[in-house]
Ligand binder design. Structure first.
Ligand SMILES: *[C@@H]1O[C@H](CO)[C@@H](O)[C@H](O)[C@H]1NC(C)=O
Ligand SMILES: *[C@@H]1O[C@H](CO)[C@@H](O)[C@H](O)[C@H]1NC(C)=O
Ligand SMILES: *[C@@H]1O[C@H](CO)[C@@H](O)[C@H](O)[C@H]1NC(C)=O
Ligand SMILES: *[C@@H]1O[C@H](CO)[C@@H](O)[C@H](O)[C@H]1NC(C)=O
Length: 500
């Protein structure tokens, strides 16, 4: 959607304008499921890290910090009702369908389940020869979560759990610390159980590098009527897209120089050919069997297939299909297994597919032989990129005042990789529980931007500091103090000093 707005923005900020040339535009757009039923769409646009405008109830609203430019830009957008309507439709119709379909893999109709992100860091040393291991777990929903430091299957009873802190997006943050002798840290792991993980605990080993561990392909095919279909395909390493698919030409798009892993060009072109035939025949076969499968236009089919590396080196493969956003069938032990949500129709489809043994054999080879070999190869080929550590830069500013006599302190953290990061407003060693974390926004170079705000009485801002922990900082937290005299923000750049 940013592509729709960019020409307008470019027109508004002509190249000659030295004040804003070059400029960064960050946009968060999407939809969120509220109270299990209603999707609320949102668009938030920031320029140079400052809120610029948002879309609410079909109206573009300038942010106070956006000044005259934002007001002018919103006026232009609001005049263009057709455009606003298209955006609103994307948010209120397309986005929810997409989200229901892919992200929640059919569970969204029951309840929002958001998987936790976790990472490790060391805290302030509890004393000579001792280490404070910190396991951060963030971004999960719903709230119940179990986290424990473990040695093998042995729970470490010294584990101290912090308070649940809310993230601004309605998800939660929790941390668990363990005070150990320096020599005993090796072999310890932080284990996380959460309903969104479907029984697959998250396990992070102290001292191990944290990098992607799964490769999967997503297919989304929309059937509007008997003649119109659209097929989209993409390949992912965890949440990083590395392949696209051009359905018109039947060709793969390699988004990274290392997207082919260690496969030869010949093997890649065989696979591409296989997917081309699949793309074509899947669509044709579905259209031919619409009535037999008891389907009605329009409908959408989503598929996800891939393999995942587990601790200890085991690789598990999976293939699941969803219809209209609900689990439908999966592939297990060489056969089609209907999902309970799929009802009798899923059972029927599996029965009808049973005679196609040779297709199952191909699928089996792809899942259990090709995928693991590719996964190991691509993790190695992309290692430098995937395991890179880019230090965050941080700076402070004040946001639009939350009310008379109050200040909104904003801590901007940008340019870091990988995504897991911890940002907190502190007074001394005291975490400020009112800290609100924004959404992760992508920078164009693949790094991330995040901000954390704190609403305080104007007289209480002095002495507060924004503290940032990130794996690239090797335990050296970035700390930025709010201007000591309480006269406003002191801007600081941190992080990449060592590289300069
Ligand atoms: C948007 O509309 C809904 C219902 O139409 C209303 O409840 C809500 O307050 C409105 N929000 C704003 C920011 O105007
Ligand atoms: C099929 O759907 C497409 C896209 O919605 C539409 O443009 C087209 O007119 C439809 N064709 C028929 C025969 O209904
Ligand atoms: C998988 O299939 C084989 C042979 O078809 C069968 O012997 C085995 O019990 C099956 N395993 C499971 C877990 O269903
Ligand atoms: C790619 O790397 C994997 C893992 O190291 C290996 O098993 C495989 O033989 C390599 N070559 C190809 C062509 O898959």
């Amino acid at each position: 959607m940013l592509y729709l707005l960019l020409p307008l923005l470019a027109a508004l900020f002509p190249g000659g304008d030295s004040e804003v040339d070059p400029f960064d535009v960050q946009m968060a757009t999407g939809c969120e499921l509220h109270s299990g039923k209603n999707f609320i769409g949102y668009v938030q646009l920031a320029i140079q890290g400052t809120d610029f405008l948002s879309l609410q109830n079909e109206t573009w609203l300038p942010s106070p910090k956006g000044g005259k430019k934002a007001q002018h830009f919103c006026r232009l957008l609001n005049l263009n009702q057709a455009f606003t309507h298209v955006v609103q439709r994307l948010l209120s119709n397309t986005c929810p369908r997409f989200t229901l379909g892919v992200l929640d893999a059919g569970k969204a109709h029951l309840q929002r389940q958001v998987k936790p992100n976790a990472w490790l860091s060391s805290g302030p040393s509890p004393g000579p020869g001792r280490l404070l291991l910190v396991c951060h777990v963030s971004g999960f929903y719903p709230k119940p979560l179990w986290v424990m430091w473990m040695r093998g299957e042995q729970e470490q009873l010294g584990t101290q759990q912090g308070d649940f802190l809310p993230n601004a997006d309605g998800t939660w943050y929790l941390r668990a610390t363990l005070d150990v002798a320096t020599g005993e840290a090796a072999g310890l792991a932080c284990r996380v159980k959460h309903s969104s993980l479907g029984g697959q605990d998250l396990i992070l080993y102290w001292g191990a590098s944290q990098h992607p561990t799964s490769f999967y392909i997503i297919q989304i095919t929309s059937f509007a009527n008997s003649t119109w279909t659209r097929h989209r395909g993409s390949g992912w390493l965890d949440d990083l897209q590395i392949h696209g698919w051009n359905s018109d030409t039947g060709t793969a798009i390699f988004l990274k120089p290392w997207s082919k892993g260690n496969f030869s060009d010949a093997e890649i072109s065989d696979l591409v050919e296989l997917f081309r035939v699949y793309d074509f025949s899947f669509t044709r076969e579905m259209q031919a069997h619409v009535s037999e499968f008891q389907l009605e236009y329009p409908f959408e089919i989503q598929g996800i297939a891939g393999c995942e590396l587990h601790s200890g080196g085991a690789i598990l493969s999976f293939l699941r299909g969803a219809l209209g956003g609900r689990d439908f069938v999966s592939f297990r032990n060489s056969s089609c297994v209907p999902a309970p949500e799929g009802g009798s129709r899923a059972q029927l489809v599996c029965t009808l597919l049973r005679p196609y043994g040779d297709i199952f054999q191909i699928v089996e080879k792809l899942l259990y032989e090709t995928c693991p070999r590719y996964l190991l190869g691509v993790l190695e080929a992309g290692k430098a990129d995937l395991q890179r550590q880019v230090k965050p830069k941080a700076w402070l500013s004040s946001g639009s005042s939350p009310g008379p006599g109050r200040l909104l302190l904003v801590c901007h953290v940008s340019g870091f990789y990988p995504q897991p990061v911890w940002v907190m407003w502190m007074r001394g060693e005291q975490e400020q529980q009112g800290t609100q974390r924004g959404d992760f926004l992508p920078n164009a170079d693949g790094t991330w931007y995040l901000r954390a705000t704190l609403d305080v009485a104007a007289g209480e801002a002095a002495g507060l500091a924004c503290r940032v922990k990130h794996s690239s900082l090797g335990g050296q937290d970035l700390v930025l103090y709010w201007g000591e005299k309480g006269l406003g923000p002191r801007w600081e750049i941190g992080g990449d000093g060592a590289q300069e």
